[in-house]
Each structure stands twice: as C-alpha cells, then as structure tokens.
Design a binder for this molecule. Structure first.
Ligand code: NAD
Length: 274
C-alpha cells in the first residue's frame, strides 16, 4: 500500500482498506451496472466491489485513463464477472448516450447506474476563477451526469438504483472549490428531484457524500504541499479515507437492503458532519 504525503504513523490507514479488502457476499448477484469514472479512485473501488458482489460492470472513463481502466476491468473479470470499458468524454452528449446503448447491448438491461465521473480544480481566490476549468467542472459534474442519467433512465427496470457521487462539499462548501461545491450541491437537488419521478416506477435515486478520500483527483487539484499533507487530518477520524472504505455504501444503496431508501444522501466522511 502506497504511503500518502505527510501521513503520521497514527493517521496511516490500516492495509485492510486497500483494493483487496472488499469481500463480496453475493448481494448484487446477476445485476448489471454502469459506472461513470469507473476506472480510478472511488469508481474503481465501486466497480471491484460490485463485481465481487456478483454484478457485471461497464465502466466509462476518459481515453487517457486506458491503463487504469484495463486494471479495473482485470479485477472485475478476476471476480468472475463481465467487464466492459467505454472510453470517451461524458461531456459529449452523443458519447454519453452511446455508452448506455453499448452497455445494454453487452450486458443486458441495466439496473444500477453510478454517476461518479467528476472534476475539480483549485480556485486560489474568487477573482482568479479560471473560466476554462470552471466550464469543465460544470460540464463534467452536471451536464455529463445529466446526459448519462437521461440516456439510462427510460430503460431502468423496477428495483433499479441510481447513485450519484456527491460530496461533503454539497453541504460544507469551501471557497477554494467554489464552482465544484456548486455542482455538488446541485447534484443533491438532482437526486431529490429525480427520486420523485423515479419512485412510482420502482426506481430509487440516492447520493453518497464522501469526505476526503485519497484518489488521483487530489494531487491533480493543484493544491499546495501543505494542503495535500493535511488532507483529511481535520476529520474526527483524523485521516483521509481510502476508496475501498466507500464501496460498502454503494453496494448497500444498489442492493435490495436499501429497498425503501430513495432521495437520500449517505455521508461517508470520517465523522465530519454534513
Ligand atoms: P478520480 O480522478 O480518481 O476519478 C474521476 C474519474 O472520472 C476518472 O476515472 C475519470 O476517468 C472520470 N472522468 C472525469 N471526467 C470525465 C469525463 N468528462 N468523461 C468521462 N469520465 C470522466 O477521482 P475520485 O476522487 O475517485 O472522484 C470520483 C467522484 O468522487 C467525483 O465525482 C468526485 O467529485 C467525487 N468526490 C471525491 C472526493 C475525494 O476526496 N476524492 C470527495 C468527494 C467527492
């Protein structure tokens, strides 16, 4: 397991929280899932957990993440399930729509949709908000999510589950992530609104709100060394989480155990209140 910058001995997560730590119990046997951003970080951990719980999994990822996607698919197949990779950009409406068709062709009708692809960047003061980066945040986290959801929604069977990766930033916005936090708050509005329309069809819509989780998104944000070093240290658990520590929340929301849970936000924040 890789050490994270600035971790003290006390803060270091136990190796049990690594990629291999999730053990399946057949809770998603025969289900078919599409996960956007399923190649790395949280999405990868969810893809592996779903496969170990018995689901076939399609992952959508940026073309430049092919290596990560191949490794995720290898782990899905190692669990004995079908894994399908779909390389492209969810900001492209046509691609996002085609992904759903392709996944249905390869796996059959989908019953789990995880809207997880996301992007964030450092805003070093509001006056310096970069227009291009801001558009990428809005287009990935909102338009991309809507394109994928809209394409899948009409064919989701009763008992299906949509799960959005929101954030603690949905409720506790920081100025240094101002545009990102706006999209994460909007995702919660999306979940609650869609849950209303989906409910009568027996489809549930929920969000997971992660706190600080060590993924490739974090070093890519553009924060200074100090901020990276202290990432997660202000949580009651005193450390950032590992992606595998989130996977159970997604499995729960995807499974029949959550059959009466819809329009909800499940915090996985190391004890930080939303
Ligand atoms: P990550 O960078 O490891 O994963 C993001 C994934 O999204 C990548 O796999 C990438 O291929 C995919 N992606 C990004 N833009 C895309 C696009 N336009 N088209 C297709 N795929 C695209 O980071 P992560 O931390 O695992 O992030 C996953 C989700 O979790 C994001 O929505 C993020 O906002 C959310 N989140 C992360 C944290 C954290 O601390 N890491 C906390 C709260 C919420």
């Amino acid at each position: 397991q890789q050490d994270q910058p600035g971790q003290t001995e006390q803060m270091r997560p136990t190796p049990d929280h690594g990629e291999d730590s999730y053990e399946g119990h057949g809770r998603l046997d025969g289900r078919r899932a599409l996960i956007t951003g399923g190649d790395s970080g949280i999405g990868r951990a969810v893809a592996i957990a779903f496969a170990r719980e018995g689901a076939d999994v399609a992952i959508v990822h940026m073309p430049e993440e092919q290596k990560d996607a191949d490794e995720t698919l290898r782990l899905v197949r190692e669990a004995g399930r079908t894994g399908l990779g779909l390389a492209g950009d969810v900001r492209d409406e046509e691609f996002a729509t085609e992904c759903v068709l392709e996944a249905r062709r390869a796996l059959g009708d989908l019953d789990i949709l995880v809207l997880n692809a996301g992007y964030q960047h450092d805003v070093p003061g509001f006056a310096h908000l970069d227009t291009e980066a801001m558009r990428r945040v809005f287009d990935t986290n909102l338009a991309g999510m809507l394109f994928s959801a809209r394409a899948a929604f009409p064919n989701l069977q009763p008992g299906s589950s949509i799960i959005v990766t929101a954030s603690i930033q949905s409720f506790e916005p920081s100025s240094g992530l101002i545009d990102y936090a706006m999209t994460k708050a909007a995702q919660v509005a999306f979940v609650r609104a869609l849950a209303e329309e989906a409910g009568p069809r027996g489809v549930r819509v929920n969000a997971v709100a992660p706190g600080p989780i060590w993924t490739p998104l974090i070093p890519g944000t553009g924060w200074d060394e100090d901020k990276i070093r202290n990432f997660g240290a202000d949580t009651p658990l005193g450390r950032a989480g590992q992606p595998a520590e989130l996977a159970g929340a997604y499995v729960y929301l995807a499974s029949g155990e959550a059959s009466y849970v819809s329009g909800a936000v499940l915090p996985v924040t190391g004890g930080k209140p939303l």
